[in-house]
Design a protein around this ligand. Structure first.
Ligand code: GAL
Length: 707
């Protein structure tokens, strides 16, 4: 009897301890991401390999070559569902065991992926209802990837089974360093209108609103008699079915729904993996930055986030004559600064362009040195690892012509492969000077700037831009580009984050908000922060309804101005904002305000019927200040001058970097990168030690120094 009691007690204690551990684990996901990376590693290097796509007799030669080139890890499996489960329930991991064994033999770690973007043909043939359907009602068929719907329970069941099998097989292997869920989960631009999606959208709405009256009231369905009697009647807003603009509240909810669907697809896989894998293996996914409907902030069951990026594909002219071969300096910068702030607070780059690609509008060769430049850029942002897509250039299949680390002969390193080898060697040498505990220099810390980003506002403004000339992302990037030219280290944060760590906080076109957020902004300024608010901010509540007050009234007190209205000009007509005796042209968007007493007018409209009214205002609030910038210009000059004035007034020293030049500080290193087409000379103090490069940077040049 006693023994029995003891056993019960033990079980209870065990259960209690497990619950505590699970709770802690849940709370600490992400914050513990640092534990996966050794403090002496600046950045790890990886390369994608597809054993299932190559003759088995070549695997060892290829994997040995990866190790010889200096790679730390390889990457398997994201498209190999067909090879892993050739027939339903018949799993074959023997080939993958061999590939993992070869990696181990040659000292490489492996990132193992769940193969869920490519369901085998037997699956979609047996269950055609798992397929997505586009806005025209066309069912997307086997023969591409990501053709199955996140909203299909059947697909989700199969996903759970294959992920479980994989996790059981490799979850305790020392060779597997971490897991990637799916691949760029996004449906690649196909919005899903399948019956599964229609059904799940209704469920999502019912969970949110509980009663149909609540939905009708929130969406304003009395307008045009859109009132529904029950949730069954609601369909996904589809521009093909609703040629006149759909209800904006329905649109916003649909965006949120899509984003939740893909997030739960990823989060659920993470939960399955976590049941079986060792706590030493991390879990991530690789997303394309800003790719609808993906919101990494919702994918909060991961340890951290990674991005994929291809800069040279005919879509970005970069800076100067050769810019199309390097891409814009702020492309990687912006992703580094965004991904570093997603749940987990560290990031990696899962795919980086290895050379010429096959899918661009046109496909130039990258500038010699560009690939090395990008690698240093990821390092400068604090990236924990960088992996290229892919090791070998494919000879067959949909991505022929896509470079790899190795050319089509299977053995010769490509120019990109050579640049990887060089960079891997250089970074190994830099390790000696790497100091994870180095304190950020005072002037760099003072320049730290945060941009508060709200995905709901962006979705809403993209649906209702109000003028052809409005670009939500373009607006934000004008501010971002200015900060980078100041040499500021920037974090793109969300309203879940703390603002206090940043001397300057900008809220660009934050259209949807609530009074609590306005209060937090006020407190931030009162405590000494410099808050910058731009046009369109505060027009609506979180459900995208205009306030039953004057336009944007919730921010009047904070900006110290009132009676806001906005104006647009024709695309070929410009007007002027005058500031400190200079003229600045604008025509995209103008918020016009009347300042209250105690508010300084920094810039005023100089023509139109509102000539003399304020475009830019500034006022002291507590120990800090609030600046309001009402105009959106094409060239960003007005915005830049306002920010210069603000930083100078707040005693924040800024740099004035030429276009295309980036300077970052990381763990004791200063890193300068030249994306411009000209030679650039940068200022490095005489006492500094230059570790890589020199004060003169050729195009695609990199300099690393310590002060
Ligand atoms: C990525 C994708 C890879 C590959 C690559 C080609 O976006 O994740 O699987 O298709 O593009 O550049």
């Amino acid at each position: 009897m006693r023994r029995y009691n003891l056993k019960v007690k033990k079980d209870v204690i065990y259960l209690f301890a497990t619950v505590c551990l699970l709770l802690c684990d849940t709370m600490l996901y992400g914050q513990l991401a640092e534990r996966f990376f050794k403090s002496e590693d600046i950045m790890l290097f990886g390369t994608y390999y597809y054993p299932e796509q190559w003759p088995r007799e070549q695997w060892e030669r290829d994997i040995e070559k990866m190790a010889e080139m200096g790679f730390d890890f390889t990457h398997y499996g994201e498209f190999a569902w067909g090879a892993m489960e050739p027939q339903e329930g018949q799993y074959d991991f023997s080939w993958l065991d061999t590939a993992v064994g070869l990696a181990e033999k040659h000292g490489l770690k492996v990132v193992m992926c769940t193969p869920t973007p490519t369901p085998p043909v037997w699956l979609t043939e047996k269950h055609p209802d798992v397929l997505t359907k586009n806005e025209m009602g066309i069912v997307i068929q086997h023969g591409r990837r990501q053709h199955a719907s996140w909203s299909s329970d059947t697909y989700r069941e199969y996903v759970e089974k294959i992920v479980t099998e994989l996790a059981k097989r490799y979850g305790n292997s020392d060779v597997i360093v971490g897991w990637q869920i799916d691949n760029e989960p996004s449906h690649y631009g196909v919005v899903d209108y399948s019956d599964n999606a229609q059904r799940k959208f209704k469920v999502w709405l019912e969970n949110k609103y509980e009663t149909i009256d609540h939905l009708n009231a929130t969406w304003g369905n009395a307008f045009w008699s859109q009132t529904y009697e029950n949730f069954e009647q609601v369909r996904i807003p589809n521009a093909r079915e609703l040629p006149e603009k759909a209800n904006p509240h329905a649109m916003l909810d649909f965006q949120r729904f899509c984003s939740d669907e893909v997030a739960s697809f990823v989060n659920d896989q993470a939960d399955v993996l976590r049941q079986y894998i060792s706590p030493d293996q991390w879990i991530t996914t690789n997303t394309m930055p800003n790719h609808h409907p993906v919101d990494p902030n919702r994918m909060d069951r991961l340890d951290f986030h990674t991005y994929t990026r291809y800069l040279v594909n005919g879509g970005d002219n970069g800076h100067g004559d050769q810019g199309f071969r390097m891409g814009s300096s702020n492309a990687l910068a912006f992703h580094n600064d965004t991904y570093r702030n997603y749940p987990g607070k560290v990031y990696g780059v899962m795919e980086l362009q290895p050379g010429q690609v096959n899918w661009g509008g046109y496909n130039p060769q990258p500038y010699p040195g560009a690939i090395r430049l990008w690698l240093y850029h990821v390092m400068a942002g604090g990236g924990k690892f960088v992996c290229n897509y892919r090791f070998r250039q494919p000879l067959k299949g949909s991505e022929q012509y896509h470079y790899g680390m190795i050319l089509t002969d299977g053995v010769t390193p490509s120019p990109g492969g050579e640049e990887y080898m060089q960079t891997i060697k250089e970074m190994a040498a830099l390790k000696e000077n790497f100091d994870r505990n180095a304190r950020m220099p005072e002037d760099v810390a003072r320049r730290k700037t945060a941009i508060l980003y709200d995905i709901d506002s962006e979705w809403e403004m993209n649906f209702q831009p109000q003028t052809w000339q409005w670009s939500s992302r373009g607006h934000l990037m004008k501010y971002y580009n200015t900060f980078k030219s100041f040499g500021a280290s920037v974090d793109i944060i969300s309203d879940n984050d703390d603002f206090e760590a940043y001397p300057v906080l900008v809220v660009p076109a934050y259209e949807l908000l609530d009074n609590d957020l306005v209060d937090r902004w006020r407190q931030y300024a009162e405590n000494g922060g410099q808050l910058v608010i731009t046009c369109r901010t505060g027009q609506k509540n979180r459900e995208a309804q205009l306030w039953e007050m004057k336009l944007s009234e919730p921010i009047y007190e904070l900006i110290g101005a009132e009676n806001l209205f906005y104006d647009h000009l024709p695309p070929d007509k410009w007007s002027v904002v005058k500031m400190d005796g200079n003229d600045y042209a604008w025509n995209n968007w103008g918020d016009v305000v009347t300042p209250k007493s105690g508010t300084d007018v920094w810039g005023a409209y100089d023509d139109q019927f509102y000539e003399g009214k304020a475009a830019v205002t500034h006022r002291k609030v507590g120990k800090g200040s609030v600046t309001f910038i009402g105009a959106d210009t094409d060239d960003g000059k007005l915005e830049k001058e306002v920010l210069k004035k603000l930083y100078a007034g707040a005693n924040i020293k800024t740099l004035d970097l030429p276009e295309g030049v980036i300077v970052e500080w990381r763990d004791g290193f200063y890193i300068a990168l030249n994306y411009s087409s000209e030679k650039q000379t940068i200022h490095i103090p005489d006492k500094a030690t230059i570790l890589i490069g020199s004060k003169e940077l050729e195009p695609a040049g990199v300099t690393v120094w310590k002060e």
